[in-house]
Design a protein around this ligand. Structure first.
Ligand SMILES: [Zn+2]
Length: 167
């Protein structure tokens, strides 16, 4: 049986295809096959790529490819963790500036000192959360949730303790 490439597959040279081997489409041909008679929009400019014949968006000129995506990218607990550490990192950065101007706070309560140190250290905690995002996202969801909850509770507690005792 001879396979004759037509239309969008015309660039396939029939001489190079062995008649006994099944025809395996290339990545590009899968893309064209997928977009044949299907409304799919360019992720950048939203142009309808239906019946595309080159691996490029005709409107914005960017190369396009067919890719596998997760049906539900699970980011919820990582985002929650991020919010907690980034928020306390912001407060921590502010404290570093206050520390440079006013020195170490005089309040002697141990809990207050712990909260203050935590907030000062939190810019250092935010970095690994951002750097090791992929690793953290591979953790079991229960572990991601636990870490996020701990970060939220500790951050909120540190802020409450700090502002409750500063008066
Ligand atoms: Zn486009």
């Amino acid at each position: 049986m001879e396979i004759i490439a037509t239309g969008i597959f015309a660039r396939v040279d029939p001489q190079k295809q062995s008649p006994t081997e099944p025809w395996i489409p290339s990545e590009e041909q899968y893309l064209f096959l997928f977009l044949k008679d299907r409304d799919v929009f360019c992720p950048l400019c939203n142009y309808n790529l239906r019946n595309l014949t080159v691996p490029r968006c005709p409107e914005c000129g960017r190369d396009v490819r067919l890719a596998i995506g997760l049906t539900e990218p699970f980011m919820r607990w990582w985002i929650a963790l991020c919010c907690a550490v980034v928020a306390s990192a912001g407060i921590g950065a502010l404290f570093w500036m206050l520390l440079a101007r006013g020195g170490w706070p005089r309040e002697g309560f141990a809990l207050f000192q712990v909260a203050f140190v935590y907030l000062l250290a939190s810019p250092l905690l935010a970095a690994p959360v951002l750097i090791y995002r992929r690793t953290l996202l591979k953790w079991p969801r229960s572990a991601q949730r636990l870490l996020a909850i701990i970060a939220i509770v500790v951050s909120v507690a540190a802020v409450i303790i700090f502002f409750a005792m500063i008066r």
